[in-house]
Each structure stands twice: as C-alpha cells, then as structure tokens.
Design a protein around this ligand. Structure first.
Ligand SMILES: [Zn+2]
Length: 436
C-alpha cells in the first residue's frame, strides 16, 4: 500500500520508513526510523534538519522530540546542539518557498566525503478525542471546553464574512493549493474524520512542495534530502504520529534524482480510515479516480508550436542565452521523466512535483518559456487562456511573464496526476517544439 516501489531492494532503514506510511505509531518510533534512514543515506555525511509545523502550542511535544531524536544526532560534530534546526512554525505548517534553498546553503558539507544529508519533516496535526469508546478526530479539550484542532485547517474549510473583510494570506494560500475540488470533497466528509482527512491531504501537498523546491534548486555538492510528511495526532494520553509520505532525493552535479518514496494519495475520496488494535490506519484506494475532472486539452497546439519556435529563433543575444538555459532545464526534466516512467507508481506520484519544479526553474531562467509551456495546460480555463494568448501576442516583459507564471504555478497543485503526466508528455516529448 502506498509504496512506490518494492521494499525488497531498499536498505533496511528505508524499508522500515516505507512500512510506517499510513500507520499510527509513537513519535520516537518514527523519528528513530527517520534518523537511521538519514544516517544510511550518506554515511559520515554532515547533516542538517528542517522542521515545518503549525504554530499551535500543541506541537511543542513534536518540536522537542524532533530536536532530541533526529536533529541533534544527525547534526552532531558539525553544529552546536541548539542550532541544529531551521524551523518554520506558521499557520497550519506551510513550507514557505525558499526555505529548503536556504537550508541547503546553511547546512554546509563539512565532512571529508563532501556529502551531506538534509532531513525535512513537515507535520500537520489533528486532535483525537475519545468519547464513548469512539474516536472523534479534529477535536481537543482545553480546560473542559472542546475546540477544533487543527484550528487553522478548520478555518480553511469554513466560509465566513470575516475572511472577506480582512485578508488572511495563509488561508488564501492554503485554499489555492487545495483547490475547489479537494475543498468540496473534504467538506463532504463525516465530521468525525473531516479534519483528519484535511490534515492528511495538507501534509501530502506540503511534502510535494518540498520535492518541487529541491528539484528546482541546483545543488553544487552531493546532497541527500529526506522529506517526511505526516500528521501528529494530539491525544490526551500524549502525541502519536501518522506518517503519510517519505521522499528520498539525491542532488548532485546539477541533477536531482528521485531515489525512492512512498506516499498515500492526495485524492480525498481515495482515503480509507480504520482502526487496528486501537491504532489508526489509513489506506488510499488505488482505484479511485484522480481529483481533477478537468482534462488537459491540447487546444492551443498550433499556437504552442509557433510561440515555441519563435523563442528558439530569437536573434537578440540575451534572449538566445536564456533559450540555451531553458533548453538545459527542459532536457534535464525530460531525463527525469524518462527515468520515472520506468517506475509507474513513482511516475504517478511525482508527475505533479516534477511539473511544478520545472515551471519554477523556467520562471527563474527564462519565464517566457514557462508561459509558452502553459499554453498546453490552459484548456479548461477559457478566460485565463485568453489572457495568456494576448500576453504572448504582444510580447510580455520578463516581470509580466514571471507574474503570470507565479499565478499558474500555484494552480498546478490542483491538477490530478494524469493531467500532470499529460502536460509533461506534451511539453517534453521527443519532437516537442519547446526543446528546440
Ligand atoms: Zn494547527
């Protein structure tokens, strides 16, 4: 269940982490497995740790445990104890863009091997209240009064006038990433599991954002990145954790390899909750269709071809230099996709973050390429397609192209895996005009 490849070929430490996906367990059991996997990924490498959690005071137990059981041991020898974590505590626990890039520059390789390992833990959380022999998820008791937990995610699902009157940027961001279809699906869950499902999906999407960022960032040395996402269950008897995904990436010499991973699916309707021996288990049903019902249309095929050709035949020197860089990034993404296609499960799980990583890197080196690429993806949004066409016809400035691309990039998270696969295929096939 959930594993992207057979665990038989994995080192024992990673096989253990894979088996933990979807199974509630003690925090120290999960952190122990994560620490052993980090140590196995790169022997005697220098370490660094990133923790992304909700600001909620209930996450204090997690923060202490992560520092004690993961960050300090893997950073020992290279970093003074209390300085071992790059920490993001914000509403719901969102990975802010640029944080992993920053972490890669902060945690320098100081080992003789020149290798380093970066452990990134992204944890959503969810209350779990026992009442009359059943567990009610999404609630905690404080001073005899019951509250929603995670209170932030509860507010993301709500509609209310205060959100129209005062801007809540975190809420806007979370709603864009979840998208209207996932939000509607989550609202339709039974109240006893609604916030649990929301926390699982949120943690999965934050993990994908981490993968996209590592794919975009070109690392100079050899860096193993382990991204673990999960949901901390805040129980009266103490916290436990439900791991939902693990990703192992290896960046070196300008390329990033998706070594392996295991993950639940980010389609709400695919989630199945059950209890085994009093512990929660979550499976994702492989048979459920992906979240997005909107299929990609190649309606702008001719336009795509002509704009892509124009980019490659630019005569001005700067534009030619950008075209060369864009070509390198596209070729690298193409190699990435070729490798993924040999592992169908991984191809499904990673199509979306690979697409996002590609769009982000095009945004940096040659945003005009990103815009043209998006012509193949806008089939279902007529108004946006129209704006995009107009912008391309008159020739956007770099700033305009970047702005447009940033808006589109956030929406890519709403694509189902098949849509993302189709977009990548349209962009990167052997004779794609985008590759020149
Ligand atoms: Zn929270």
């Amino acid at each position: 269940m959930g594993a992207l490849e057979t665990t038989a070929v994995l080192p024992a430490a990673f096989a253990e982490l894979h088996k933990q996906i979807g199974v509630e367990l003690a925090l120290d059991a999960h952190h122990g497995a994560l620490r052993r996997a980090a140590q196995a990924a790169a022997r005697s490498a220098a370490g660094g740790a990133v923790l992304v959690t909700c600001s909620d005071e209930l996450q204090g137990e997690l923060r202490g445990a992560f520092e004690r059981d993961v960050a300090r041991p893997i950073c020992s020898g290279s970093i003074v104890g209390p300085r071992s974590i790059l920490a993001l505590s914000n509403m719901a626990g969102r990975l802010e863009t640029g944080a992993l890039e920053l972490a890669q520059t902060h945690f320098n390789a100081r080992s003789a091997s020149g290798e380093r390992v970066l452990v990134v833990e992204l944890m959503a959380h969810c209350g779990a209240l026992n009442a009359q022999g059943a567990t009610r998820y999404g609630r905690v008791e404080r001073g005899g009064v019951q509250f929603d937990c995670c209170g932030v995610l509860a507010r993301v699902l709500e509609d209310g006038e205060e959100f129209d009157a005062v801007r809540h940027p975190w809420r806007e961001q979370l709603r864009v990433y979840l998208g209207p279809e996932r939000l509607a699906a989550l609202r339709s869950f039974d109240p006893a599991t609604r916030l649990l499902a929301t926390a699982v999906i949120h943690a999965l999407l934050q993990g994908e954002s981490g993968v996209a960022e590592v794919l975009r960032t070109r690392s100079s040395g050899s860096t193993h990145v382990l991204i673990a996402s999960g949901v901390v269950l805040n129980r009266a008897s103490g916290d436990t954790v439900l791991p939902v995904a693990i990703h192992h990436l290896h960046a070196r010499a300008g390329e990033v390899e998706l070594v392996h991973g295991a993950s639940l699916r980010s389609t709400p309707a695919a989630l199945r909750f059950e209890h085994v021996g009093g512990r929660l288990q979550v499976r994702s049903d492989e048979g459920v269709e992906s979240v997005s019902a909107q299929r990609v249309q190649a309606a702008h095929g001719e336009l795509f071809t002509s704009h892509a050709r124009a980019l490659h035949s630019a005569t001005d020197e700067l534009a030619r230099a950008r075209a060369k860089l864009a070509k390198e990034h596209l070729a690298s993404a193409r190699r990435q996709v070729e490798r993924l296609k040999q592992r169908p499960q991984a191809w499904r799980a990673y199509a979306r973050p690979v697409l996002r990583g590609l769009m982000q890197s095009l945004g940096v080196v040659a945003p005009e390429f990103g815009l043209v690429a998006m012509l193949v993806q806008t089939g279902h949004d007529a108004a946006r397609a129209q704006r995009l066409r107009k912008l391309l016809e008159r020739g956007p400035t770099r700033a305009e192209a970047r702005d447009a691309l940033q808006q589109i990039e956030a929406e890519l998270q709403q694509l189902g895996h098949r849509d993302a696969q189709e977009v990548l295929d349209l962009l990167l096939h052997e004779r794609s005009p985008l590759l020149g």
